[in-house]
Design a protein around this ligand. Structure first.
Ligand SMILES: Nc1nc2c([nH]c(=O)n2[C@H]2C[C@H](O)[C@@H](COP(=O)(O)OP(=O)(O)OP(=O)(O)O)O2)c(=O)[nH]1
Ligand SMILES: [Mg+2]
Length: 312
C-alpha cells in the first residue's frame, strides 16, 4: 500500500447544530467540490496540531476544543489520502474564507445536497450520526416497549434499533409501526433489525442487518435514501459491510457482556485495529457504558451501542 497523504479536517458545529463547509477553488485537487476545512499535516505535526493551524489559516478562528470523529483512508486515481477528521466543539472568532473560498453553515440534514470528494461519504455519515445507538432489550408487551422507548427518547436518544428476535414477523411489524411516531416526534432515526423488504411496509429510516443477514448479500439491499447498518465481529464482516455499501456498523463484543457470555471479547486493542482499517463509522458494542465514550472516540469509534441503562 502506498504511503497516504495525511490530512486533518474539521467538522465545525455551531450552536444551531449546523456544520461549516467550504468550497475548494478551481485548479486544485477535487476542484469545485465542497469539503470540510483542513489540509495536509506538516512534517512532525500531530493531527490535532495540523487541525489548529489549518483552521486558523483557512478560516481565521481558533480551535479551543475538539475530539476525534473518524479516520478514513481513501485511494483516488492519483493519490491515497488518510483523512483525520475532528469534531470541533468550541472555537473563538467568526470564521471567514481567508483564502477567498466560499464557506457556508449547513444543517446536518442538508449535507446530502452538497457534492463532496468521494472520500467524504463515511465522513458525512459520521457527522450525521449521534454518539449513542440504542438497541432495544427485553420487554413484557407492546405498552412496556413503548414506555421504555419514550423514556430513552426523553433522555435524548437519537438513533434506535428495534431488536426483538422473540417476535414473529407480524408482531414485529406491528411494533415497528408503533415505534415510528414516537421516534419521528423526538427527531430520532429508527432502524429495523429485520429483512430489508420490511421497509416496503414500515417507513422506518433504515435496516440493521444481523451478521447472518449481512453475509447473504452481494449488493446494497436498501435504497440510498434509507440507512443501512450491520452487525460485525471481525475484519471479514467489516469488509463485507463495506462491499455492500453499508452506512455504519456495530462491532462486538468489545468487552465481556452478560448478554452474550460465550462470545470471545475483542478488547480495546483489536477494536482500535479494526476501526483503523474500516472506512465506516463504527459503534462499540458489548459491555459499554457512557463513561467509555472518550476512549471510544480516541480509538476511532463513532460512539457506543447497546446502552442498556436507557432500556432498564
Ligand atoms: N481539507 C479537505 N481535504 C479533503 C477532503 N476530502 C478529501 O478527499 N480531501 C483531499 C483533497 C486533497 O487531496 C487533500 C487535502 O489537501 P488540501 O488541498 O486541503 O491541503 P492544504 O489545505 O494543505 O492545501 P495546500 O497545501 O495544497 O495549499 O485531501 C475534505 O473534506 N477536506
Ligand atoms: Mg485545505
Amino acid at each position: 500500500m502506498p504511503q497516504p497523504m495525511l490530512v486533518a479536517a474539521a467538522a465545525i458545529i455551531n450552536d444551531k447544530g449546523q456544520v461549516l463547509i467550504a468550497r475548494r477553488p478551481a485548479g486544485v485537487d477535487q476542484a469545485g467540490l465542497w469539503e470540510l476545512p483542513g489540509g495536509k499535516l506538516a512534517p512532525y505535526e500531530t493531527g490535532f496540531q495540523a487541525l489548529k493551524r489549518e483552521i486558523g489559516e483557512e478560516l481565521g478562528i481558533e480551535v479551543l476544543k475538539a475530539r476525534p470523529l473518524i479516520r478514513v483512508r481513501h485511494s483516488y486515481s492519483n493519490k491515497t489520502v488518510l483523512l483525520d477528521v475532528w469534531k470541533v466543539l468550541e472555537f473563538a472568532g467568526e470564521p471567514w474564507g481567508r483564502e477567498g473560498q466560499p464557506i457556508r453553515w449547513v444543517a446536518v440534514d442538508d449535507l446530502v445536497n452538497y457534492t463532496f470528494p468521494a472520500a467524504n461519504k463515511p465522513i458525512i455519515k459520521a457527522v450525521e450520526l449521534p454518539e449513542e445507538y440504542l438497541i432495544t432489550g427485553a420487554f413484557k408487551d407492546t405498552q412496556d416497549a413503548l414506555n421504555r422507548l419514550n423514556k430513552a427518547l426523553e433522555q435524548g436518544v437519537k438513533l434506535v434499533q428495534l431488536r426483538a428476535h422473540q417476535l414473529n414477523a407480524e408482531s414485529y411489524r406491528e411494533l415497528a409501526q408503533a415505534f415510528l411516531g414516537p421516534c419521528q416526534s423526538a427527531g430520532a432515526k429508527l432502524m429495523l433489525n429485520a429483512a430489508p423488504e420490511l421497509l416496503n411496509q414500515v417507513d422506518a429510516d433504515g435496516i440493521h442487518l444481523t451478521a447472518a443477514r449481512l453475509a447473504q448479500y452481494d449488493q446494497r439491499p436498501v435504497p440510498v435514501d434509507k440507512w443501512l447498518a450491520a452487525s460485525c465481529h471481525d475484519a471479514e464482516s467489516i469488509t463485507q459491510a463495506e462491499n455492500i455499501r453499508a452506512d455504519f456498523i456495530t462491532l462486538s463484543p468489545v468487552l465481556k457482556t452478560p448478554s452474550h457470555p460465550k462470545a470471545q471479547a475483542l478488547g480495546w486493542h483489536d477494536f482500535n485495529n479494526l476501526t483503523d482499517n474500516s472506512k465506516l463509522p463504527v459503534y462499540a458494542l458489548g459491555g459499554m457504558d457512557k463513561k467509555q465514550l472518550d476512549r471510544i472516540f480516541g480509538l476511532g469509534g463513532q460512539g457506543l451501542a447497546g446502552i442498556t441503562q436507557y432500556w432498564s
